[in-house]
Design a protein around this ligand. Structure first.
Ligand code: FMN
Length: 311
């Protein structure tokens, strides 16, 4: 049995990444209805609005999860709410999950933590984590400045830990999913692919910028300070790239970018995977195509294995 599916209750081990303001009911319910696992964000810091979104997902009766970005939580209100709200699956990120695991487990919740390094993965396993989201440096969003690719990171972690792994960073379809499974993952998480899906609430300009971007269309910014991020190349991010440092108020205009379509209002978070996205699709089409392509590739590789032949 696939352990990620056993833990999260979805039909397919395909997880929609948590993304501030974006990963709310409209997107998460579309992904969960299509058989994946929708995740509700709390990194926006809008505690009450996120609690409403969690309650809405509960009412829909679909499998879903919640992300708790440890460093960005103002207090323990969100943790307490999640523990008492019937949520079954949580991913933690951005910080050490050690203090979160016991209360979440006591509430019967499965906890996966997002890690960018082997060292972080080992600490989480020691702390009793149920699984890991293995986030390679090519992915979009907040990053570790010491980038390790998904390809290397998955292998490095798989050879040292036994917990289930969800691969994230650079995956948009069944090819990436098959590659991740070959390296020991039991699930995948996609961020940039789902930002640019039909049910994503972001403005068409943002979706279109992802579709138009090439694989070299992003920058890792602010590597000498925090937070380090990967975002699309725009005039706004060019200035940060040149200066090397990101102003503290860089994200002030994020809602104008996400929902007003002003691509120069803030950094437009996205991964190198933008270069693999050529069209807008519905969550249903993304998941159906990913599953079909995954099985086509694994059948082909299985035949090679059966024949002990390289084809
Ligand atoms: C717009 C955007 C916002 C993100 N926000 C979060 C977040 O709030 N919490 C988190 O754990 N990861 C966040 N991420 C990272 C994703 O969880 C995921 O690891 C990453 O998108 C995977 O790489 P991909 O973009 O190539 O699919 C974000 C990514 C994007 C693109």
């Amino acid at each position: 049995m696939n352990r990620v599916l056993a833990h999260c209750g979805a039909r397919y081990p395909i997880v929609q990444a948590p993304m501030g303001w974006i990963a709310r009911t409209a997107l998460a319910s579309a992904v969960s209805r299509a058989g994946g696992l929708g995740i509700i964000e709390t990194s926006s810091g809008e505690t009450e609005a996120c609690q409403v979104e969690i309650a809405k997902m509960r009412e829909l009766g679909l499998p879903f999860g919640v992300n708790l970005p440890i460093r960005f939580l103002k207090d323990d209100a969100m943790l307490r709410f999640v523990c008492s709200s019937g949520v079954r699956f949580v991913t933690t990120s951005a910080g050490s999950p050690a203090k979160f695991i016991a209360p979440l487990h006591d509430a019967g919740i499965v906890v996966y933590h997002a890690v960018p390094t082997l060292e972080a993965a080992l600490k989480c396993v020691d702390a009793g984590i149920d699984g890991l989201v293995v986030e390679g440096g090519e992915g979009g969003g907040f990053k570790n400045p010491e980038e390790v690719s998904t390809l290397v990171l998955l292998q490095a972690i798989r050879e040292r830990v036994d917990v289930p792994l969800i691969a994230a960073g650079g995956i948009v379809d069944g090819r990436g999913m098959a590659a991740a499974f070959a390296l020991g993952a039991e699930g995948i998480q996609m961020g940039t692919r789902f930002v640019s899906c039909s049910e994503s609430p972001v403005h068409a300009h943002y979706k279109q910028a992802i579709v138009m971007a090439s694989a070299t269309g992003t920058w890792v910014l602010n590597t000498k300070s925090t937070p380090c991020i990967r975002a699309l190349k725009t005039q706004f991010t060019a200035a940060i790239h040149e200066q090397g440092l990101m102003p503290a108020a860089a994200f002030k205009g994020i809602r104008s970018l996400y929902f007003g379509g002003d691509m120069e209002a803030a950094p437009a978070l996205a991964g190198q995977s933008a270069g693999l996205i050529h069209e807008l699709k519905s969550a249903q089409a993304i998941i159906d195509d990913t599953v079909a392509q995954f099985f086509a590739i694994t059948r082909r590789l299985g035949a090679l294995g059966g024949d002990a032949s390289f084809g």
